[in-house]
Design a protein around this ligand. Structure first.
Ligand code: LRH
Ligand code: MN
Ligand code: MN
Length: 386
């Protein structure tokens, strides 16, 4: 039997971090579609993020991407966020959009480029000091396109060296989250291609270095929940970049392509005690063709639904079936939870939190979309024009 009060309490304390870049225009390498009313500044992105939190009640922080969200005064930006009821979350570094990074950043063969990249990463920690952010999220586009292009092992040495310098700069209570991705933009080797490589570096660095699992960064068929279970066991799961994929790094709404996979991941999170502050639940998505704020609200709700189902798994019945070797019963316990319609429960949770039970309808009624379309003229692309 599951304790419904405990399930509700867990759902009320859940926090999903939304990414500043999801509020801006985005697209593919073929076309960026401009939408009316999208934010033109970091402040306007925070305004939109505040709306997502206002209507969901569980999205209190916003991730920044530097330089996409560069401002003169980050302390003032943090204050601006707080005045609107949200806080600044993870600082995402960006060592992939300068010409200098053609052959990589902190793995680049040229020490001068490595120094430049390192300077950016250290600047991101300075920004964290000003914003009060806990997490530095590192994703490296580093890799090679052709066999023989560079020495695989030397690149790992450069990576380790750079990461160690950043690690040494972290203050008390600050962490670095190392993200892996199996391919793209490099096509032959990627310097942090998988959780094993990320984990090996984090292990050498120390406990402030944690792995971040971007759900879109795996080969088709990869068992992501196994990775989650393993990293939680090793106390090295720092967080998630949630999104959905069909074919590649599609950055679609989390839970859209495969809600069952999201449930399996969230079950391992619950099972491993990861539904706590030490695991950051972040979205990393782009809304190329759909309205952005409603899409982000929908994404937050998808995470909530998967979490609710994971919390509803009857763990003692599951353990009993597993101990008895009853394959069918064990599977049925999990499927019962997955097949539960948790939407009424979540409506109740929202009402108890003083929010509208239907966040999307409430947002639509609020008139925010019409207001920003009228006020914001000339919205910007999420990143590549920064
Ligand atoms: C890379 C990635 C990484 C970046 C973000 C914009 O594919 O997932 O997290 O910072 O996209
Ligand atoms: Mn990511
Ligand atoms: Mn990605």
């Amino acid at each position: 039997m599951t304790d419904l009060a405990a399930v509700k309490a867990a759902l009320k304390t859940q926090a999903v971090e939304t990414p500043s870049w999801a509020y801006g225009n985005s697209g593919t390498r073929f076309k960026v579609f401009a939408q009316a009313g999208v934010p033109r500044t970091a402040q306007e992105k925070l305004q939109d993020a505040a709306k997502v939190h206002e209507f969901t009640g569980v999205a209190p922080t916003v991730a920044l991407h530097i330089p996409w969200d560069r401002v003169d005064d980050y302390t003032a930006l943090a204050k601006y966020a707080e005045e609107r009821g949200v806080r600044l979350g993870a600082v995402n570094s960006n060592t992939f959009q300068d010409d200098d990074y053609r052959l990589g950043s902190i793995c680049h063969p040229d020490a001068a480029v490595r120094r430049k990249a390192l300077g950016h990463l250290l600047e991101c920690v300075d920004i964290m000091d000003a914003t009060g952010s806990r997490d530095l999220k590192l994703w490296f586009a580093d890799g090679t396109n052709y066999p023989g292009q560079d020495d695989i092992r030397a690149r790992q040495d450069r990576l380790a060296e750079g990461l160690a310098e950043v690690y040494a700069r972290l203050g008390d209570g600050q962490r670095m989250l190392l993200e892996y991705k199996f391919f793209e933009p490099a096509f032959y080797t990627t310097d942090v291609p998988d959780w094993g490589t990320a984990y090996a570096h984090c292990l050498k660095l120390g406990p402030k270095a944690q792995v971040v699992v971007d759900t879109g960064h795996h080969a088709p068929g990869t068992n992501i929940e196994f990775i989650v279970a393993t990293l939680l066991r090793e106390e090295r799961l720092g967080g998630f970049d949630f999104n959905s994929r069909f074919y590649a790094d599609d950055d679609l709404m989390v839970g859209a392509a495969d809600p069952f996979q999201l449930f399996r991941i969230m079950y391992e999170v619950v099972r491993g005690g990861g539904l706590s502050a030490r695991v950051a639940f972040m979205l990393d998505q782009c809304h190329n063709i759909e309205a952005k704020i409603p899409a982000i609200i929908r994404s937050v709700m998808n995470v909530q639904e998967a979490t609710a189902k994971a919390l509803l798994v009857d763990r003692s019945a599951l353990a009993a079936a597993q101990a008895a070797g009853d394959v069918l019963d064990a599977n049925a316990v999990l499927m019962d939870a997955y097949n539960t319609d948790v939407r009424p429960l979540l409506r109740q949770v929202r009402e108890e939190m003083g929010r509208d039970p239907d966040p999307l309808a409430a947002y639509r009624r609020s008139g925010w979309a019409e207001k920003v379309v009228a006020e914001r003229v000339g919205g910007r692309q999420a990143g590549w024009d920064a």
